[in-house]
Ligand binder design. Sequence first.
Ligand SMILES: Cc1cc2nc3c(=O)[nH]c(=O)nc-3n(C[C@H](O)[C@H](O)[C@H](O)COP(=O)(O)O)c2cc1C
Length: 177
Amino acid sequence: MEIKECIKGRRSVRKYAYEKIEREVIEELIKAGQYAPSWKNSQTPRYYAAISEGAISAVNSCLPDFNAERTMGVGAYIVTTAKKGLSGCNKDGEYFSHLGNGYECFDNGLAVENIVLYAHSIGYSTLIMGLFDEGALRQLLSIPDDEDIVVVLAVGRRDVEPQRPERKSTEEILKIF
Ligand SMILES: Cc1cc2nc3c(=O)[nH]c(=O)nc-3n(C[C@H](O)[C@H](O)[C@H](O)COP(=O)(O)O)c2cc1C
């Protein structure tokens, strides 16, 4: 798939037809994420993938009702985290950029974008979710305190052809000097 076609064709999907996803597919997706750039190559994103029926159902129960319903039938959830104290930090782990710890989430977003685009290129749809029960997910997946949970990614076979939400005009958001 052409990169431009992939970027333009990816959509957030909110209706899925269940199909099991094998661990090899998850590994392929995460490898795509690993090609993303990161602050000083600090590679702070970490991933917790649920692919068994039990694990999928447990992660689903950590979502608010609207996200739980939208992602019924997904073949996987991937919880992404950012390891703290590496990105945007000096060697003593002190944040020294004007964004504080913001580059941790920035690195995570770059990796997630790689993952969702790669997933789209091999026929899987995704939904990035920023709303979930953080404490419940942390406990369920034994996520350590030195990682911030950033998003939950749903991955599966789409059961709908979603419309492309309107984008602002380029003129509105761009100033060229
Ligand atoms: C950080 C982030 C958090 C999001 N959280 C949610 C969410 O909790 N539930 C949901 O349905 N969509 C969520 N979305 C999806 C956006 O609504 C979606 O990307 C946007 O409407 C544009 O649509 P598109 O992805 O099809 O281009 C999130 C997207 C991002 C990047």
